[in-house]
Write a protein that binds this ligand. Sequence first.
Ligand SMILES: Cc1ncc(COP(=O)(O)O)c(C=O)c1O
Length: 321
Amino acid sequence: MAEEDTSGKLLELATPLLRGRTLGKFLDFDGISLYLKWEGANPTGTHKDRAALLHVKRASMQNIDTVTAGTCGNYGVALAHYARAFGLKAVIFVPRDYENDRLGEMVRRRAEVVFVDGGYEEAVEASVEAAKANGWYDANPGSVNRELGFEAYSRIAEEIVKQLGDAPYAVSIPVGNGTTLAGIYKGFLRMYREGYSTGIPKLIAATTSHVNQLALEWYGVSHRLLETLNIKETWVNEPLVAVKALDADEALEALRCTGGTVYTFEDDEMVEAALLSRVLERVPALPASASAILALAKLKSEEEVKGPLVAVVTGRWRRRR
Ligand SMILES: Cc1ncc(COP(=O)(O)O)c(C=O)c1O
């Protein structure tokens, strides 16, 4: 995907598909090709760049000078980055008490940061309300411009098909709101319908055990049980925790239509997978995004895998600031 900012500088957001040979060997993927779709290669270190870029571009085309979103970190940095590149203002709503090690990066990119009492859901709510009240562009998942988020992530699927020459057997995706997974599904569907691939891969959601609404729904756990569950937000699982997953319906539909499933993981498992990815493949995966690697290992242990596997490694593990 190549887009131009206002200075005419080309913004290229395609990411590499890396062959995970050593990791595959270590995890006993005998005879199965393992690939890592390396979204950490994006300018601000996560796949969120893709959605942020398209939203900022649309805001700019609509002559709206301010974009807003609620975030715990990665999306806020991405939105601040592209808003600045296009000469727009970003107003980012963040939960006051969250451990957020990317705040400094938002501020350095000239974003206005507004602290909100409550969690991620309250930050999104505050941002949506502010957008309505002030005529700002609403870049939140689950809101008026939500389709553009799906479109942005659908390009991950397009790239995978082009890079592999066909659709893989299965693709695993770290899940919070479910926007990324739903968008990737739309991309695979489009590639299949347009004749670029011979099928649509199983989509596998990888998320935290503490807690994600989409995982609960998949396994038939009642919403009313949420309060009794062990909701524990940490620096590892934060991108994956969702008391309310804003695009759960679309993501669940994608899982059902592709014969996929959901796997949940503990923090220490994700950190271990991230370290393995770094040491064995020199891919510094963010622990939450390394859940995608764990999900493929789990899939392989549960069924006969009949083709290549792709883990969408959504973020880069950077030094804490
Ligand atoms: C690095 C990373 N991976 C995965 C996710 C989950 O994406 P989604 O909310 O689209 O399911 C996030 C969300 O913040 C993220 O930052």
